[in-house]
Design a protein around this ligand. Structure first.
Ligand code: SF4
Ligand code: SF4
Length: 72
């Protein structure tokens, strides 16, 4: 199955708090050596979930495949 939806971290906004890594119940993230989350299992991300974006205190998470975020 094609991966059509997964999170993208904006490192310029991310504070490296790790909340998204701890939160995601599907193991999509791991904390990287550089202190930023890494999307290690994009195929596990649940389409339209948006859970991690809602709990990110920095507004640093967007989604590949999110039509609502495509500029008009
Ligand atoms: S959108 Fe949901 S399933 Fe996907 S990475 Fe975030 S919390 Fe995990
Ligand atoms: S919750 Fe937001 S600020 Fe914290 S590590 Fe994840 S993307 Fe970065």
């Amino acid at each position: 199955m094609a991966v059509t939806w997964y999170p993208i971290i904006n490192k310029e906004l991310c504070a490296g708090c790790g909340t998204c890594v701890d939160f995601c119940p599907h193991g999509v993230y791991e904390m990287g050596d550089d202190g930023y989350p890494v999307v290690v299992a994009p195929e596990e991300c649940v389409e339209f979930c948006r859970g991690c974006a809602k709990i990110c205190p920095s507004g640093a998470i967007a989604y590949f495949g999110d039509v609502e975020q495509v500029p008009a």
